[in-house]
Design a protein around this ligand. Structure first.
Ligand SMILES: [Cu+2]
Length: 155
């Protein structure tokens, strides 16, 4: 196969860029231990009900207009079912799954997280506007996936 000299140069540069990215990503992942934040805390998925804080899922006020929501996701619902916070509240979600991979997406916010069994997912959000925010599971998790939803009420 005959190849132009220009083509060889571009192929070499492209290959070099790809290798560079792979080396940088590999160095960050393995040498600097920079994984996704959800990987920093793990839990035994068989013992979620016995492990704090998931032994008491619910909503807790932790500051002036600041709340912590400890939530478990399971086929096919969210626990707690009802979340109600005042407008302007900052909510820190601590999530884990009791069975398979679920999604935690809050419509009209930037929250869109994958919730995996064995891992603790943390995500914070300030709800400035009152309203009802639909929460859906956006990872296909089984036959009842389409009914897996709840609502966050901001009053
Ligand atoms: Cu689900």
């Amino acid at each position: 196969m005959k190849m132009h000299f220009d083509e060889k140069i571009w192929l070499t540069i492209s290959f070099g860029i790809i290798m560079g990215f792979m080396l940088i990503t590999g160095y960050q992942a393995f040498a600097l231990n920079m994984g996704p934040p959800s990987h920093s805390e793990t839990i035994d998925p068989q013992k979620v009900d016995q492990t704090a804080p998931f032994d008491e899922p619910g909503i807790k006020q932790i500051g002036e207009n600041e709340y912590e929501v400890v939530m478990t996701l399971q086929l096919f619902n969210f626990t707690p079912m009802e979340i109600e916070v005042p407008a302007g509240a900052t909510v820190h979600f601590t999530l884990t799954s009791k069975d398979v991979i679920h999604g935690f997406q809050v419509v009209n916010t930037n929250i869109n997280a994958m919730v995996m069994p064995g891992h603790i997912q943390k995500i914070s959000q300030t709800f400035d506007q009152p309203g009802e925010f639909l929460v859906i599971c956006n990872e296909y998790c089984g036959a009842g996936h389409q009914v897996m939803s709840t609502v966050i009420k901001v009053k």
